[in-house]
Design a protein around this ligand. Sequence first.
Ligand SMILES: NC(=O)c1ccc[n+]([C@@H]2O[C@H](COP(=O)([O-])OP(=O)(O)OC[C@H]3O[C@@H](n4cnc5c(N)ncnc54)[C@H](OP(=O)(O)O)[C@@H]3O)[C@@H](O)[C@H]2O)c1
Length: 171
Amino acid sequence: MKLIAAVDNNWGLGRNNRLLFHIPEDLRRFRSLTEHNTVVMGRKTLASLPGGKPLANRENIVLTRNPAFFAEGAHIATSVTQLKAMLLKEPFKTRETYLIGGAEIFAELLPYCSIALLTHILADGRADRFLPLIIAHEDWKLIARSESHFYNGLEFYYATYRNLKKASLID
Ligand SMILES: NC(=O)c1ccc[n+]([C@@H]2O[C@H](COP(=O)([O-])OP(=O)(O)OC[C@H]3O[C@@H](n4cnc5c(N)ncnc54)[C@H](OP(=O)(O)O)[C@@H]3O)[C@@H](O)[C@H]2O)c1
């Protein structure tokens, strides 16, 4: 499973259940990486998407503890254990799995991610949701970094981190 996220200077992810920045190039990159694959997200992140709808051209798995929750076009998992079992079956097992947020889901599932694909935005978005500080964690190592890109005066770059001690998704 790969984590994908955009963070600000403080490793902030979002505020008021919205993204901090909208950078078209970054959103296009997110789409091209995740399309035709599986995306796993928390129920609040689903609510933050346009129209509260799952992402097109992807298998969407939404984590919620509410067994009665329904979202058209999405698969529901009510626990990490159930998520693990689902990922071993079709249509998921032959696709790549991207963990797309938000903060609560990242914090819980970070140990199961092999790679983190982060967009670092060099700004303060005054976030109220944050990603754990991968860079300060001894299990995670920076393995690639792009040059800086710019959009509307915002500087950002892409970084790839590898988890040296990934926990198995299979018990
Ligand atoms: N910058 C980025 O790349 C990025 C990416 C994604 C999201 N975001 C931002 O992150 C924010 C949302 O993050 P968040 O932390 O508030 O919420 P979240 O992680 O998206 O969703 C939390 C919800 O997930 C469910 N959940 C959590 N752990 C679970 C478990 N073990 N089993 C079953 N369900 C579980 C619960 O849903 P129930 O309450 O229904 O039980 C919980 O309330 C927004 O601001 C969004 O824009 C940013």
